[in-house]
Design a protein around this ligand. Structure first.
Ligand code: NAD
Length: 454
């Protein structure tokens, strides 16, 4: 399999793909190792993760460079991602013992009762490329702390990062027969579905996620899906600083070149402040530096997958034919690399794919609304349910909107953020189950009820 740099289109490296046979061998190897790992005291398992946490910092220059070369992420954002992943790991280090400890329910009665949390066994972690560290650590860190074996399949677009992760975990003391990378594309993922694993934890598109849920349903094991979104951001007319809100919304839309699951994907602005908002938004969008992601000043890198360029162009053209005005960008850049200009479409509406289909790129539509009711109707008009953001001076007014959102996350005066202490979950086509927080610690263990008499 060739690893291609999306900024230069050069082959960085060739790696050998796993076959169903090598994946089967890895599974057999983990079967023994997982049992021994589960018997290792929890503090010792956590201590290995502490070493991994330190190594991520020590090696961050090398890791950031690989991430940028492989997925095209602006290098400053690669550093941010590694630091962000460390913060999540820190949360797991500090909180896992509390949530995995056995729980006494009744100690005085004739029958004493307690709950013990046991590992699931060997789980598949089938992952996405857009934040390989962040979405990876959501799964493999609590899984390992919980005593599981992990077959970790990074996306084919972030394989080298996956190999770094494996190397650093081994250096940290995670045994080779407890964690194993699976290299390849969809076929390698399919081979994992064909194994009798004890849980499937997936991050990626709705299409693949739904397929995995269907394929694994008969196994009756936990299946968790972190999928895409079409996340709305609504700006009410009472915001105090329209310019600051427009800047925050732009950052939420184009960070990671717009390739975030919780990126702002559509914006609604009340008519009184619409022109002022659009004015700042477009001015700031035009200032964004698109180019070599290895430069620290670059804010927009290439999109990671070549197929995304015609897809984004199609969304923009569809919007244009339906009355959208393109005030910035609109095209891919000539020459080498998969670059698409940061693109702002105003006068957008829901007849446009730009407002209804996940874009996953640096393009955004802005629609004018007359009041909160209209905004709520439009925000809810989606099969997705990951996040929704509201900007307003009034928490009371914002809360009325947030309560009506059928999403796993809501934001007041912020957007496009994830906290390790809060559950990360999507509703409807955005997913199933939660990672992070204590929910994301308990997701990798199963409760056993003890009834003790005598
Ligand atoms: P994808 O669905 O194309 O691929 C995800 C993973 O599934 C890859 O490792 C891929 O090789 C594997 N895969 C493909 N076909 C398979 C099959 N038949 N069986 C098993 N595995 C298979 O998604 P992607 O392009 O890597 O990621 C982008 C998507 O992920 C976007 O929709 C984004 O919103 C979503 N995402 C969601 C979250 C979240 O937390 N909700 C986080 C990051 C990304």
């Amino acid at each position: 399999m060739q690893i291609i740099n999306p900024a230069t289109e050069e082959v960085i490296q060739e790696v050998a793909e796993d076959t169903p046979e090598t994946i089967q061998e890895k599974y057999q190897f983990l079967k023994e190792g997982q049992k021994q790992w589960a018997a290792v005291p929890l503090v010792q398992r956590i201590s290995a993760i502490e070493k991994f946490y330190a190594l991520l910092d020590e090696r961050k220059d090398e890791l950031a460079e690989t991430l940028t070369k492989e997925v095209g992420k602006p290098v400053q954002q690669s550093y941010n991602e590694i630091n962000g992943a460390r913060k999540r790991i820190e949360y797991f280090i500090k909180n896992s013992a509390k949530w995995l400890a056995e729980e006494w329910i009744t100690e005085e009665d004739a029958t004493r009762e307690k709950i013990v949390y046991e590992p699931l066994g060997i789980i598949a972690n089938i992952s996405a490329w857009n934040y390989p560290y962040l979405v990876g650590v959501n799964v493999f860190i609590p899984a390992l702390i919980g005593g599981n074996g992990v077959l970790y399949k990074p996306s084919e677009y972030s394989t080298l990062t996956g190999l770094h992760i494996q190397r650093l975990l081994y250096l940290s003391g995670i045994p080779e027969n407890v964690f194993s990378i699976v290299i390849g594309k969809g076929a390698a993922g399919q081979a994992l579905l064909d194994l009798p694993l004890d849980g499937y934890f997936f991050t990626g598109s709705y299409r693949t996620g739904k397929y995995i849920a269907e394929q694994t349903a008969g196994k009756l094991v936990p299946v968790q899906l972190e999928l895409g979104g079409k996340d709305p951001l609504y700006v009410m007319d009472d915001v105090e600083d329209v310019k600051a809100v427009a800047e925050a919304a732009l950052e939420g839309a184009v960070y990671n070149t717009g390739q975030s699951c919780c990126a702002v994907e559509r914006i609604y602005v009340q008519e009184k402040i619409y022109d002022a908002f659009v004015d700042t938004f477009v001015t700031e969008a035009k200032k964004l530096i698109t180019g070599n992601p290895l430069n620290r000043e670059t804010s927009i890198g290439p999109v990671s997958r070549k197929e995304q360029l015609p897809f984004l162009k199609e969304q923009v053209e569809d919007a244009r034919t339906r009355g959208g005005k393109i005030l910035s960008g609109g095209n891919s850049l000539p020459g080498k690399g998969y670059f698409f200009e940061p693109t702002v479409v105003v006068d957008a509406n829901h007849s446009m794919k730009l407002m209804t289909e996940e874009s996953f790129g640096p393009v955004i539509g802005i629609q004018k609304v007359k009041d909160d009711n209209e905004a709520v109707e439009l925000m809810k008009d989606t099969p997705y349910g990951l996040t929704a953001a509201v900007y307003s001076k009034s928490l009371e007014r914002a809360e009325k909107v947030m309560k009506q959102m059928d999403t796993g996350t809501v934001y007041w005066n912020c957007c496009d953020r994830v906290s390790a202490a809060l559950p990360w979950s999507g509703r409807k086509n955005s997913g199933l189950g939660a990672t992070l927080s204590y929910h994301g610690i308990r997701a990798f263990v199963q409760p056993k009820a003890y009834h003790l008499r005598g």
